[in-house]
Design a protein around this ligand. Structure first.
Ligand SMILES: C[S@@+](CC[C@H](N)C(=O)[O-])C[C@H]1O[C@@H](n2cnc3c(N)ncnc32)[C@H](O)[C@@H]1O
Length: 231
């Protein structure tokens, strides 16, 4: 998890300790290196917003995307970052009959996604806490899946609640919501609070096994049946 403790540089300006960032990285899959460079530079600028030390692995991304129906689905992706989970969702929706909307708060990541994936991805610059109105502006009334890798443990409980409430309201009957959590975040009080909140909002909360091939290892919560379901 990101070390978001401010320190001072030689000119006395407040900065962030980025010494924990990986200095060497071998891009895999569809990442040509540009994704990772954008990700690392976005972390340096705003570690709390990114809330990760590296993009998700392809294995974790494929597992997250597995909740997406393969045909004619409308999918909302929250916090796509530089697109590794977007790519996995895209591979899954390969017949091109659905819609894939990616809501991203970080302007560098959003710009990168528009440039690298804008021909098939609907990039929406905005806050997941405003999911309902963002979807409304995109002419979407409900979604079949919500896939997220937001930094929940760096959020206050009000923000966690606001986003989960919006997710639950946007879900079509039978839709699923999944989100990533890392092994390093699991013991944090905010992570415990988040798990409790998931159970308050959804009747069905399933935890996957750990994906060890991820930095750091991570698992997914897969949630269905919001208690206040759409009718
Ligand atoms: C941990 S990174 C995950 C990136 C990518 N999905 C992956 O798995 O590699 C979290 C992403 O969520 C974005 N984010 C954080 N808060 C957000 C919010 N309230 N609304 C939308 N995106 C947000 C960050 O800018 C970042 O791109």
């Amino acid at each position: 998890m990101a070390n978001a403790t401010p320190s001072r540089n030689r000119r006395g300006r407040s900065t962030y300790d980025s010494s924990w960032l990986p200095t060497r990285y071998t891009p895999r899959g569809s990442d040509t290196g540009d994704d990772t460079r954008t990700f690392l530079s976005a972390i340096r600028r705003n570690p709390r917003q990114l809330g990760a030390i590296a993009p998700s692995s392809r294995r974790l991304a494929d597992l997250a995307a597995s909740i997406v129906p393969q045909t004619a689905a409308v999918v909302a992706e929250l916090g796509p970052g530089t697109g590794v989970i977007s790519d996995a969702i895209h591979r899954r929706m390969r017949d091109g009959s659905g819609r894939h909307l990616a809501i991203e708060l970080n302007p560098d990541c959003a710009r990168h996604l528009e440039r690298s994936r804008g021909d098939w991805l609907e990039v929406i610059r905005g806050d997941a806490a405003e999911l309902g109105s963002l979807l409304f502006s995109a002419d979407v009334t409900e979604v079949d899946a919500v896939v997220s890798a937001l930094p929940w443990t760096l959020m206050g409980s009000d923000t966690q609640q606001a986003i989960l409430g919006e997710v639950a309201k946007a879900m079509a009957p039978g839709a699923a919501f999944t989100t990533v959590t890392t092994v390093t975040a699991l013991p944090w009080p905010a992570a415990r609070r988040f798990r409790g909140l998931l159970r308050e909002v959804f009747r069905d909360v399933h935890t996957t096994s750990m994906v060890w091939r991820n930095v750091p290892p991570a698992l997914l919560y897969v949630c269905r049946k919001p208690r206040e379901a759409r009718t």
